[in-house]
Every structure is written in C-alpha cells, then in structure tokens.
Design a protein around this ligand. Structure first.
Ligand code: TPP
Ligand code: SF4
Ligand code: MG
Length: 304
C-alpha cells in the first residue's frame, strides 16, 4: 500500500501520556480495556469511536461519567459498522479533516451479530478501522458461547458434565473471512504482544479505506484466570500456537511470528477454569487442529 511508506513509529517511549479511556468500570485485569486504552493512545484525540453492546460499552459509558475522552457513542448491536461508516462519511461531508473513525466491538458483536454490517462496510471500503477485541464469548451478558468460542470451552450455553464436553464447535476463522473481502488492511494481534498490536493500529490509522484488527483480549471473569495473569495468558495463547499473529495487505497474507517450537497447549488450557474439564482426547483434537492450521499457514503465508 503506497500510503504506508512513511508512517511515524509509535512505541511506549514516544506514545502520548494522554489517556482516552480511563475511569471505566471493567473488571481488574480486563484484556479488552487494555486493548482499547492502547488503541486510542495510538489513534489520538481526533478519533470518533462507535461501540455496540458489549463489555467495553457497558463499562465505558456510565451516566453521568464518560470513560472515553474522545467522541464516542453506543450503537445498535448489529449496526456498529454501519454507524462507523455513517460517522466517517458524515464527518467528511461537513469538511472535517485529519480524523479517524474506529469501531470497537467484541467477538459476539463482530463474528455473529454485527457481521452483516461489517461485511458491507468492507465491501464499500469505507474509511474506518474496525477493532474486534476477542474474549471468546458474550461476556457482558454472563459468558455465552459466540462464533469465536474455541472447541471445548465451558460457557453458560455450552456447559460441561458427564456427557457435556463444553463447546463442540470450533472458532470461526474470522481473519481469513475478513481477508477474503480483499480488505485494504487486516491483522491479528494479542494484548500479550503489545508493541505488535500498537504497530498494527498505527498501520491501520494510516490506511485509507477499511482496516480490521482482531485482537486477542483475556477476560479473567469469563476465563477463570487470576487477574494479574491477563497479559501473560494472552501471550501464552500465541506462544502455544492457538492464536497466530498475521497481516493481510496488498492481497497477501504474512505471518508475523513463526516459532520453531510451540509452548505446551496443555499448560495453556490447564491454567484456565473454562478448559479444566477437558479430556486428553479433546486436548489432542485442539493440538492437531493447531498443527494442521500452521502447516497450511506456513506453506502459503511465509515470505519467500
Ligand atoms: C440485538 C441484541 N442482542 C443481544 C443483546 C444483549 N447483549 C448485550 S452485550 C452482549 C454480549 C456481547 O458479547 P461480545 O460482543 O462478545 O462483547 P463482550 O461482552 O464479550 O465484551 C449481549 C448478548 C443486545 N444488547 N442487543
Ligand atoms: S467480564 Fe471480562 S471482558 Fe467484561 S469487563 Fe470483565 S474482564 Fe473485561
Ligand atoms: Mg466477547
């Protein structure tokens, strides 16, 4: 993308001290709130944010307090991307310049309920960055399974018991579904790799047209993990290969991390209440799916 040539680098040393998401009511250790805080620091004060129902809007807009120190609004659940498109086009129509529009939605709001509007927005190539913070369930309403809940997960709608294995469906391949629209820029990220996430938000900020970032964001409440391990567990998800870091631009996929050896999937799962019940056979299913996926990604996405 030729508009990417001279993007100023952003890192924790030169990043603004200003806070654009603070005083919110998220649980301690909430990965979603870390993602939103970092993303808004990169995007800056000339940002319009649109958030559908979900934890980040629930904890961010508490009348009369406002945790967003930028222009932000809550959208209908299925219409977040449409609202983002409307803001971007409307602001341009009244002559505003140098602004960015961002949609910030959860996994349920993105991969299921808001998908139609998102697909349309990418199709029109509207000038909007869409960030999906993925905590792998509908957390705000009490941990229900979403299309991004992985195989074996215990949620309130995929319970566990003698004959109940947790979720029997696998995580949707959201990144490739989005890339298949031939979007201007798409990336996966994790709050466990903050500089990588910052770089990707920065790239998206300077992308003309639609961009999409799928960021893995831990949820101690829904995952049954200690609050102080949120960043570590999001890093471990990448290190054990269940989450991958990649980009799609100029019609090509790129793997950003290609570890020689993965950390143990078993250890990653055992640390979380939502996976504690999993049988050896189910863990084997998860590991072999990971291996198949990596075989394919390495074959097609590694730069020659
Ligand atoms: C049309 C509609 N359906 C359902 C709801 C109820 N609801 C509000 S937040 C939420 C969970 C959202 O899950 P997700 O998008 O993954 O975000 P998270 O809460 O995990 O941050 C649901 C189901 C709603 N507000 N509107
Ligand atoms: S339930 Fe999870 S996603 Fe929601 S505020 Fe708490 S930690 Fe964050
Ligand atoms: Mg969620």
């Amino acid at each position: 993308m030729n508009n990417m040539l001279a993007i100023p680098k952003v890192n924790v040393k030169n990043m603004t001290d200003k806070e654009f998401f603070y005083g919110h009511k998220a649980c301690a250790g909430c990965g979603g709130s870390i993602a939103v805080r970092l993303a808004l620091k990169v995007l800056g004060e000339r940002t319009f944010a649109a958030l559908p129902a979900g934890c980040m809007s629930a904890v961010g807009f508490i009348y009369p307090q406002m945790a967003f120190n930028i222009n932000a609004l809550i959208t209908t659940f299925p219409g977040a991307a449409s609202m983002g498109s409307g803001i971007a086009v409307g602001a341009k129509a009244i002559g505003l310049k140098d602004f960015k529009t961002v949609v910030i939605a959860g996994d349920g709001g993105t991969a299921d309920i808001g998908f139609q509007a998102l697909s349309g927005m990418i199709d029109r190539n509207d000038d909007v960055l869409y960030i999906c913070y993925d905590n792998e369930a509908y957390m705000n309403t009490g941990i229900q399974k979403s299309g991004l809940t992985p195989y074996g997960t215990k949620t309130t709608t995929t319970p566990t018991g003698k004959n109940l294995p947790g979720s029997v469906t696998h995580k949707k391949n959201l990144f490739e579904i989005i890339a298949a629209h031939d979007i201007a820029y798409a990336a996966t990220a994790s709050i466990g790799y903050p500089q990588d996430f910052i770089n990707k938000v920065n790239k998206a900020k300077h992308t003309k047209g639609t961009s999409f970032i799928h960021v893995y964001a831990s949820c101690p409440t829904g995952w049954g993990t200690p609050t102080e391990t949120s960043v570590d567990i999001a890093k471990e998800a990448v290190d054990c290969g269940l989450i991958f870091l990649a980009e799609y631009e100029n019609g090509e996929y790129k793997l950003n991390r290609n570890p020689k050896n993965f950390k143990s999937v078993n250890d990653y799962l055992a640390k979380q209440g939502r996976f504690k019940h999993m049988s050896d056979r189910d863990i084997e299913i998860v590991s072999s799916n990971r291996d198949k996926k990596w075989e394919r990604m390495r074959k097609h996405w590694l730069q020659k």
